[in-house]
Write a protein that binds this ligand. Sequence first.
Ligand code: PLP
Length: 242
Amino acid sequence: MSLDLGRLSENLEQVRTRIDQAAARVQRNPADIRLMGVTKTLPQEIVQLGREAGLNLFGENRVQEAQSKYSSFVGSPDLELHLIGHLQRNKAKIAVSLFSCVQSIDKLQTAEALNRHCAELGRTMDILLELNTSGEATKFGFPSAEDLWRDCGDIAGLEHLRIRGVMTVGPFTSDTDRVRRAFADLRECLEGLRKRYMELPLDTLSMGMSGDFEIAIEEGANLIRLGTILFGPRDTSAGTHG
Ligand SMILES: *Cc1c(COP(=O)(O)O)cnc(C)c1O
């Protein structure tokens, strides 16, 4: 492992400077922007290192990988773990025991499965609704804001889930106008949701990764999800968005 605490702290400091600068460009308070460390494909030591460097919010995109990596941390008051990858219904039970938030809800049925297992454990869980803003068929998420708004009504009726906002993975392209458009679409999706469901605690706009977090902040993101820029490149053969 080539990453050590000094190096990670340096990376974090540089990222925080860029967050500050992006926020300043649009007159936002950088303290309103939460920084998630995405540890998918990385070993457990990286989680420990991240905690020592001051991170308290982590993201994983596979349930089983998260289970083997984070089981010993579950219940730690200073560590929050979110699922940011697609959730299969048959993994919903494990997901409830591991994550405080599932950011990737894109189907009523998945939400129903999660709600059922939450009910069994007598707990409530935060969720975000994922929008596919890129139009890329390989990406998950509700295909349109209209679909998301419609199903939100049924999902909001599930007693053990609390809808906190929306998330997206931006298009993978160097065309920054397209990336910005996708993030603006997600912001507008959240605004539309707030108008339709005024009773919901809709405070989270999760968008922006290593390559596009500054654009996301300029478009209103208050939760950015960073892997590579903090921890270094991943072994790409291990998958990304599965
Ligand atoms: C992998 C991943 C990230 C982090 O990606 P980086 O480009 O390494 O910062 C963020 N969000 C999701 C959903 C991911 O799968």
